[in-house]
Design a binder for this molecule. Sequence first.
Ligand code: AMP
Length: 172
Amino acid sequence: MANDQLLGAIRTVPDFPKPGIQFKDITPILKDVELLRQAVKSLAAPFEQANIDKVVGMESRGFILGAMLADHLGAGFVPVRKKGKLPYQTIAETYALEYGTDELEMHIDALTPGERVLIHDDVIATGGTAAATANLVKRSQGHILGYSFLIELAFLNGKAKLSETVHAVLTY
Ligand code: AMP
C-alpha cells in the first residue's frame, strides 16, 4: 500500500460547495480499511518519535483522521470547533475568509501548558484555519511540533502562514 493509492482514491468534486471550488473528498479513503490505515501511517510518519501529547484537529473532517492519528501516536485528541459548538468555557480566534470572517474555539482546559502538539486537518487550502488554530494552541501555551495534513493545495501557499514544520501526505 503506497501513497499513490491514496491519491487515486481521492475524489475531486467540481463546484462544491460553491462554484469554482474543486472539493477534495476523502470519504473513499475512509470507507476502505487498508487506505484508512495507510492514511494514518503516512500522516504520523514524521512525528513517530516526536513525543506528541495532543493532536489538535479542526471541525469537522479534521476530527476523523485526527482522532485516529492521536491514537496511533499515543496522544490525546483536542477538537477545535466553529463558534458556539463547544459546551464549556472557550478561547476564540477570528480569522479572515474570502468574504468576511469566521471564528474558531477551543476549550480553555484542552491543553496543559508545555504540552507537545501536532495540528491536523484533512486539507490545507489558504492556511487561515490552521493559522487560527495555531494561535489558539499558542495562547494555551502549547508547544507546536508541526502540522500534518492529508492534502495540501500548494498553489494557495497556505504554508506561508505557518511557522512550524508542515507535513502533507499528498500535494496538488
Ligand atoms: P483554509 O483555506 O486552509 O483555511 O481551509 C479552510 C477549511 O476548508 C479547511 O478545514 C479545509 O479542510 C477545507 N477546505 C478548503 N478547501 C478545500 C477543498 N478544495 N476541498 C476540501 N476541503 C477544503
